[in-house]
Design a protein around this ligand. Structure first.
Ligand code: NDP
Length: 295
């Protein structure tokens, strides 16, 4: 089964590396130097255009910032639509938005191409280890066809509903991450300012009901250590919260907590810039509070 992978970003690159070990692979990236470098490191082919990447592929996988870039890649000159063959399978691993994916799926279906939204969770480390969680929105048959490809980089692969459902679950998951980051950052800043050692507070949370991925992993590895690695951009988390807010609104559900988290994240993004990591929102909380959360 020939696979094409488009979008060699922070998480796309390790995902594509697993696919390179699995079988025939062609890669494409907007900055072509990255695709060339990947191709020579992994012994695969780099395509000059999305159309060329899709031309011989049974399965096309995209991992781009938002659904907007996915649509642009499909429609533009030399785009995927010009190359995709009838009978091919399109897997979008972007954390995209449900409505755009339903529109893309309908357009592809008219050309005989099946679509699944298959966003991932687990971060760059999970992608390198091949242990990502993949949440899939697709028809049951499409899900079955997608499974062998998704298993190359995923450990837990859940069929969560029809097209768009994968993106909806991913957006809500990341909205929960955002709410947690903000709440943990503010809570810790207050405790440190009051004289509680940050490490002690985090140890207590992790033995109590306030624990989360943020307190168990992100804060110890990145904040207490002062390491602040850049693996997942704050701009992308801000985008995810926006998708979750829109989704909740469409469903007629009060999303006031997510609305507030979105407002805070958007202003953090404006202050820290497009390249800042999502955990750096805590850095901003530190600056505003005049403390450092280390230990
Ligand atoms: P990055 O910002 O690291 O990479 C983005 C990729 O998209 C790059 O390959 C970039 O190309 C390409 N790109 C950007 N704009 C365009 C465009 N207009 N046309 C074509 N290609 C474009 O993002 P990530 O890899 O971190 O994230 C990708 C997706 O995965 C996002 O939806 C994100 O929310 C999601 N995700 C990320 C996780 C993480 O830990 N990083 C975890 C889980 C999900 P170029 O090299 O030219 O810039």
């Amino acid at each position: 089964m020939a696979v094409a992978f488009l979008g060699l970003g922070a998480i796309g690159t390790p995902m594509a590396a697993h696919l390179a070990r699995r079988g025939p692979l062609v890669v494409w990236n907007r900055t072509s130097a990255r695709a060339m470098e990947f191709a020579s490191a992994h012994g695969v082919r780099a395509a000059g255009t999305p159309r060329e990447a899709a031309a011989d592929a049974d399965v096309v996988v995209t991992c781009l910032p938002t659904s907007r870039e996915v649509e642009e890649l499909l429609d533009g000159p030399g785009g995927l639509l010009e190359g995709l063959r009838s009978g091919a399978l399109f897997l979008d691993c972007t954390s995209g938005d449900p409505a755009t994916s339903r529109r893309i799926a309908a357009g592809l279906a008219r050309r005989g191409v099946a679509f699944a939204d298959a966003p991932v969770s687990g971060g760059v480390n999970g992608a390198v280890a091949g242990t990502l969680t993949v949440m899939v929105g697709a028809e049951p048959d499409t899900f079955r066809r997608a499974l062998p490809v998704l298993q190359s980089f995923g450990k837990r692969i859940e069929h969560v509903g029809p097209v768009g459902a994968g993106h909806a679950v991913k957006a809500v998951n990341n909205a929960l991450l955002a709410v947690n980051l903000l709440a943990v950052g503010q809570g810790l800043a207050a405790l440190v300012k009051a004289g509680v050692p940050a490490r002690t507070a985090v140890d207590v949370f992790n033995a109590s009901s306030g624990r989360s991925f943020v307190t168990e992993v992100l804060v110890p590895e990145r904040v207490l250590s002062g390491a602040w690695p850049r693996t997942f951009r704050l701009a992308l988390l801000d985008k995810d919260v926006g998708i979750a807010r829109g989704f909740a609104r469409e469903a007629g559900v009060d999303a006031s907590v997510l609305d507030l988290a979105g407002t805070l994240l958007s202003s953090a993004r404006a202050a820290l810039g497009e390249d800042a990591d999502h955990v750096e929102v805590i850095r901003l909380i530190e600056q505003e509070a005049g403390v450092e959360i280390r230990g």
